[in-house]
Design a protein around this ligand. Sequence first.
Ligand SMILES: Nc1ncnc2c1ncn2[C@@H]1O[C@H](COP(=O)(O)OP(=O)(O)O)[C@@H](O)[C@H]1O
Ligand SMILES: Cc1ncsc1CCOP(=O)(O)O
Ligand SMILES: [Mg+2]
Length: 276
Amino acid sequence: MEDEEQGGEWAPKAWAHLSSVRSLSPLIQCITNFVSMDLTANTLLSAGASPAMLHSSSESPDFTPQVHALYINVGTLSDGWLPAMTVAAELATKFNKPWILDPVAAGASGFRLKACLDLLSLKPSVIRGNASEIIALANASFGSSTRGVDSSHDSTDAVESAKSLANSSGAVVAVSGAVDFITDGNRVLRARNGVPMMQKITATGCAVTALIAAFVAIDPSHALEATASALAVFGVAGEIGMEMARGPASLRMHLIDSLHGLDQTAVISRVKISAL
Ligand SMILES: Nc1ncnc2c1ncn2[C@@H]1O[C@H](COP(=O)(O)OP(=O)(O)O)[C@@H](O)[C@H]1O
Ligand SMILES: Cc1ncsc1CCOP(=O)(O)O
Ligand SMILES: [Mg+2]
C-alpha cells in the first residue's frame, strides 16, 4: 500500500504546486494567533510565499482586495479580534479571494464555537483542524471531547465528521494527524507524511494551514488537491528535518530549512498521497 502511495500521480502535482508557490510568491494576509505568528510567517517565506500579518479592520478594506488569499486562525481569539476576522472574511468573499480557516480549539468554549460557526457562514474555501476541532465543528458542540488546542482524537475518528462538515459548509475540510485526510464531502484524499515530533512544536498546525492558503492561492479551482499537496509537502519537510533534529526546538529550525531547500527528487520520492 505504501509503495502505491509513493510517487504516482500525486507527487508530481505536489511538486507543481510548490514550484508555482515559489515562482508566483502569493501574498497571504494572515490574521493569526500570537503563538503562531513567527512560525507561520517563516513557513510561508521558506515555501516562497509572502506573508503579511495585518489584522486591523481599519486597513483590511484597502489591503484584503490586493491579497492572493486570506488566512484566519482563531487561536488567541478575543472580543476585539473577532470583528476584524469577520470584516476580512467578508472582503475576501466579496473580492473572490480564497480564504482559509483554522478553527483552533473550536470545542473549548461556547464563545469560540459560535465564532467559528459564524465564520463558516462567510464561506471559507478550506477548513483545516485537528480531529477534535473538526468533530466539534461538525457536531456544533463544545466541552466534553475537547482538551484545549491539542487533539484528543485520532484523525481517522474524524473522517465522517469532515465529510459532513464539508457538505454543510461547502468548504474543503482537512483533518491533520498521523494521517491527514482531505475531503470535499465526496472525494477523500489521504496524506501520510510527517513525523510524530511535529506535534511537540507549538503552531505546526497553524503553520500548515497557512501553507494550505498559499497552495490554494495559486490553484484556487483545485482546493482539494492543493490542500493535500500542502499537507504532504509540509510533512516531507518535517521528515527531512527530523533526520537532523535532536528534539522539538531543532526540528522547528530544520523543518523551516528543509521546506526552503526541498527539491524535485525529494518531493517526488517522498510525497505519499492517495485517494481513500
Ligand atoms: N503522529 C504524526 N505523524 C506524522 N505527522 C504528524 C503527526 N501528528 C501531527 N502531524 C503533522 O503535524 C502537523 C500539525 O498537525 P496537528 O498536530 O494535527 O495539528 P494541531 O497542531 O492543529 O493540533 C500536520 O502537518 C500533521 O500532518
Ligand atoms: C498553544 C496555543 N494556545 C492558543 S493558540 C495556540 C497555538 C496552537 O497551535 P497549533 O494548533 O498549531 O498546535
Ligand atoms: Mg491547531
